[in-house]
Design a binder for this molecule. Structure first.
Ligand code: NIG
Ligand code: FE
Length: 407
């Protein structure tokens, strides 16, 4: 007979996940019982407590006045980096464009320099610190990209660091190889793309940490054709495609994502309704990153066109030195206040739909019988309070596989 671990009960609202009509399924005065790390039952507190008396549990958690959510899923981060780019923040505020900073060897390329110089231990410590902060903010599953090595040796070191940091951390980490993040060392991009395809991708795939291959398809970075070759090569080696699409310029990268049946297309600041339809038809999850638009002073993406096309919108932090936030709660505030998303849609975007964007659409980001008991207990009587009460960390406690890991 299995052990009853935890019963969280009395929550003003307990969010389960998407309802069959696409809305949010939730219980008032809800409870969740955890057995062996998994959700054994969710429902109204009275029903759950009858079946699973809190007195029999290792721990009973009274969540009255609070809201229980599935732990946040952050499906797009560059959380592993080194160095400090706060001076670029000041330069951007004075009006210097992101791409100009990159063209001068700053931005991504500057972080590449710092990562190449960092020791393996330093890389693991840096990522661990970021994961700690994410967990405190309610994230229980996160994607982490490489892309600050931009040579085979350092890209593989990044993957090793992702594996090592993840091994000792409650956050579930999903690795993405992104050797095509920029062209390093003043090299010819065509020549660098060949290296990514012929050397980096096979070695990264063999190393086994990455599940996805991502590319920054952008003017003066990688063309649609180069991106296609890179993503096809990734797929041949078992890495499913993701793409940084239509961020500063509309190049046709969203259409490429649709054509390749990518797992996700991310950013999409300049995507139009044709792109949205193409993504929806191919089952590609659009990932919107309002923190990036906020940090760059750009116009937000338009979530409405994806919704109208029938593509469930996912949200992510894009945590990186240009968009420095670990907080999915802050992303929800931007999604609502900046992109005018309904709080329920934003919450689904940060949980169940985010899970789809990293191929975890099997239950991650939801709380129902049999899913991992990954949850965040937040202050406030409903999920609406997370974006409504912006600028604070509403997360009071985080449970991973039923065990309290933060708060
Ligand atoms: O998703 N757009 C490209 N890559 C990152 C930024 C990385 C950086 O500036 O270090 C992004 O925003
Ligand atoms: Fe990114």
């Amino acid at each position: 007979m299995s052990d009853l671990q935890t019963v969280v009960h009395g929550a003003s609202e307990l969010v389960v996940g998407p309802a069959s009509d696409g809305g949010l399924r939730a219980y008032d005065d809800g409870a969740v019982a955890v057995v062996d790390g998994d959700v054994a039952m969710v429902g109204p507190s009275d029903d759950v407590r009858r079946e699973y008396p809190a007195e029999n549990a290792d721990s009973g958690i009274d969540a009255s006045g609070q809201t229980v959510l599935p732990g946040f899923v952050d499906p797009h981060t560059h959380a592993l980096f080194a160095g400090d780019r706060s001076d670029e923040f000041a330069a951007k505020l004075r009006g210097k464009p992101y791409q100009e900073i990159l063209a001068e060897g700053g931005g991504i390329l500057r972080t590449v320099g710092a990562v190449r110089e960092a020791s393996d231990e330093q890389l693991v410590a840096n990522l661990t610190a970021q994961l700690d902060e994410m967990l405190e903010h309610g994230t229980t599953t996160a994607e982490v990209k490489t892309g600050y090595g931009l040579d085979t040796e350092t890209e593989l070191r990044m993957l090793d660091a992702i594996e090592a940091a993840a091994a000792d951390h409650p956050v579930d980490v999903v690795g993405t190889f992104m050797g095509a993040h920029a062209t390093p060392d003043g090299r010819d991009p065509a020549d660098y793309v060949d290296e990514v395809i012929e050397d980096q991708i096979p070695r990264a795939a063999e190393q086994g940490v990455a599940e996805f291959c991502d590319v920054f398809c952008e003017e003066d970075v990688f063309t649609v054709e180069q991106s296609r070759r890179i993503l096809e090569a990734g797929r041949e080696h078992g890495l499913a495609p993701k793409i940084h699409a239509e961020e500063f310029t509309r190049l046709g990268s969203a259409q490429l994502a649709a054509e390749l049946d990518a797992v996700s297309a991310d950013h999409l600041l300049h995507a139009n309704s044709d792109d949205a339809r193409a993504l929806a038809e191919s089952g590609v999850t659009p990932v919107l990153l309002p923190g990036t638009a906020f940090a760059l002073g750009e116009d937000y993406a338009d979530p409405e066109q994806f919704r109208n096309a029938g593509a469930p919108v996912a949200l992510a932090t894009d945590l990186n030195p240009n968009c420095y936030s670990q907080s999915m709660g802050f992303v929800l505030a931007l999604a609502c206040n900046g992109m005018r998303m309904a709080p329920a849609d934003a919450l689904l975007g940060a949980t169940a739909h985010a899970a789809r964007a990293i191929d975890r659409g099997d239950g991650t980001g939801t709380l129902r019988e049999g899913t991992a008991a990954d949850l965040a207990i937040v202050d406030g009587p409903s999920h609406v309070h997370v974006p409504y009460n912006f600028g604070v960390n509403s997360v009071d406690a985080v449970l991973k596989d039923g065990a309290v890991v933060a708060g």
